[in-house]
Write a protein that binds this ligand. Structure first.
Ligand SMILES: *[C@@H]1O[C@H](CO)[C@@H](O)[C@H](O)[C@H]1NC(C)=O
Ligand SMILES: *[C@@H]1O[C@H](CO)[C@@H](O)[C@H](O)[C@H]1NC(C)=O
Ligand SMILES: *[C@@H]1O[C@H](CO)[C@@H](O)[C@H](O)[C@H]1NC(C)=O
Length: 274
């Protein structure tokens, strides 16, 4: 039992609620917290050209879609990498009650979305992005990919994941090589086993700043709520560079396939990750 985590957790819950009551962006036209977003079948639009498929998991209490913090990163990356598409994880992103229930719904939804993307867009790269609760969702899916809860016998493909952007991750563990930002503590729900994340470490950027009560052991909720301002450029640059790298690798595979014997011509490369 880590009792020292409790006051911080309460603080995060309190301020998380306050932050919803006073949104930093004008979303007064959006449905109130707790209202189920209209259920539409998740449409997968495959990326084209140099683009990647961005998959965004928003943070607690953010409105449906990519969320306030990830939205500008999505927008800027899309401007720099034409052909990029977006799919948002359809999950409650609930803070209270039952954060963990909401988070597990996110794990289920993201797993399904990744399977749909891989089936609909063979060979296309995706970049997973998660903020706050959404970052924990992404990291949990990656961590359990070899035996995902929806189908333990069918591992999730990691080959088409070009990058993984985690911002303000509650499951953050200090000292990992893929960590960025100024934090030097663990998150509220720090991960016990990071083996799977470490195996993909060169594709991950996990941003957390000193004082963040969610991903660090801080008391300054403003740090948690302002990553779009403090680290947006760094996050966008990460997404863009991973997209470019993936496309280069795909182009090289395609060139190799074109130069190979006739029976393999026309087959689309699906495992291109360098
Ligand atoms: C926020 O949006 C609402 C509804 O569109 C509008 O009435 C209000 O003036 C806006 N507030 C600000 C501060 O922009
Ligand atoms: C991981 O996968 C196993 C097997 O499907 C499942 O029982 C377990 O609940 C999963 N754990 C998490 C944290 O999702
Ligand atoms: C997006 O780009 C605009 C224009 O260059 C910039 O002002 C803004 O800070 C960027 N936002 C993020 C999150 O990178």
């Amino acid at each position: 039992m880590r009792f020292h985590a409790l006051p911080t957790a309460c603080l995060a819950l309190l301020f998380g609620s306050l932050s919803q009551a006073q949104p930093l962006s004008n979303n007064s036209a959006a449905p109130p917290v707790g209202t189920a977003a209209a259920k539409a079948p998740t449409r997968i639009t495959c990326p084209s050209g140099q683009g990647v498929g961005l998959i965004a998991a928003r943070g607690s209490t953010e409105d449906a879609g990519p969320g306030r913090v990830l939205a500008p990163i999505v927008a800027n990356a899309t401007l720099q990498v034409p052909g990029t598409t977006l799919a948002s994880v359809d999950y409650p992103a609930r803070l209270v009650p039952d954060y963990l229930g909401s988070e597990m719904e996110g794990v289920t939804a993201l797993t399904a979305l990744m399977r749909s993307f891989t089936a609909a867009c063979p060979g296309a790269p995706m970049v997973l992005m998660g903020y706050s609760q959404g970052a924990q969702v992404v990291a949990d899916v990656i961590s359990n990919a070899s035996a995902p809860a929806d189908n333990p016998a069918q591992p999730l493909s990691m080959n088409n994941i070009a990058g993984i952007l985690l911002i303000g991750d509650p499951s953050r563990v200090d000292g990992k090589p893929f960590n960025a930002g100024t934090a030097n503590g663990d998150g509220l729900f720090s991960r016990k086993d990071s083996t799977a994340l470490e195996a993909m470490g060169d594709r991950i950027l996990s941003i957390c700043n000193d004082g963040d009560p969610v991903c660090d052991r801080g008391i300054n909720i403003a740090v948690h709520l302002s990553y779009d301002e403090t680290n947006g450029a760094e996050a966008t640059q990460f997404v863009v560079s991973k997209a470019m790298k993936a496309m280069k690798a795909m182009a090289a595979k395609a060139a190799a396939a074109a130069a190979s014997p006739p029976e393999t011509i026309g087959k689309r490369a699906t495992a291109w990750t360098a």
